[in-house]
Write a protein that binds this ligand. Structure first.
Ligand SMILES: [Zn+2]
Length: 170
C-alpha cells in the first residue's frame, strides 16, 4: 500500500497544511489535489472569474447542458430541504414574475447567443462576446432563478461595460 501524504505545501501561500485543506482536483480516481490550498484557490478562482466572465459563462453553459438531470434533482432536493425558503421564493416569483427558474429552452436560447457571437466575430473580424448572462455567482447549481439577460456585443464594448444591446446592433 502506498504511503499516504497527510500534509501538503500550498504553492501560493507556502504554508504546509493538512491534505484536507486542498481541494480534490477531479480527474482519474479523483486522487490528486490542487496545488493551492482552499482559501488561496478560492481567491484565485474569484479573480479568474472576474477577469473571464465570458469563459465562466460558457463553462457554466457546458456544465448545465451536461448535468440537466443533476440540476433538476438538486433543485428538487433543495426545495424539499428548504420549505420555508421555497415559499419565499414562490412569493417572490409571484410578486415579480420577472424572475423565473430557467427552462432548458432558455439554455438553448443562451447557446444561440454564443453562436451569434461566434458568427459576428467571423463576419466582422471584430471579436464579439456574450454580455453578462448567468449571474456570476458560484452556487449556480441550485441558485439559478433569474431570467438570463443576454446580448451579443463587440468585445471592446463589453470590456468597457458599454450598454449596447443586441437588438440595437447595426
Ligand atoms: Zn495557500
Amino acid at each position: 500500500m502506498a504511503v499516504e501524504k497527510f500534509t501538503k505545501v500550498c504553492t501560493k501561500c507556502g504554508i504546509e497544511k493538512s491534505i484536507d485543506d486542498f481541494q480534490l482536483n477531479g480527474g482519474k480516481d479523483n486522487k490528486y489535489r490542487k496545488s493551492r490550498c482552499k482559501p488561496c484557490f478560492e481567491e484565485y478562482r474569484k479573480q479568474w472569474c472576474k477577469l473571464n466572465p465570458a469563459k465562466v459563462a460558457s463553462i457554466k453553459l457546458r456544465w448545465i447542458n451536461k448535468n440537466q438531470e443533476k440540476m433538476q434533482s438538486c433543485r428538487k432536493n433543495w426545495d424539499k430541504n428548504n420549505p420555508e425558503k421555497l415559499r419565499q421564493k414562490t412569493r417572490k416569483y409571484q410578486a415579480s414574475k420577472k424572475c423565473a427558474a430557467p427552462s432548458w429552452a432558455k439554455v438553448e436560447k443562451m447557446q444561440e447567443f454564443y453562436l451569434m457571437a461566434e458568427k459576428l466575430t467571423k463576419e466582422t473580424g471584430t471579436p464579439h462576446e456574450v454580455d453578462h448572462l448567468v449571474p456570476l455567482v458560484s452556487d449556480f447549481v441550485c441558485g439559478l432563478h433569474c431570467e438570463f439577460n443576454l446580448s451579443v456585443i463587440p468585445r471592446n464594448i463589453n470590456r468597457s461595460k458599454g450598454n449596447l444591446r443586441w437588438p440595437d446592433m447595426p
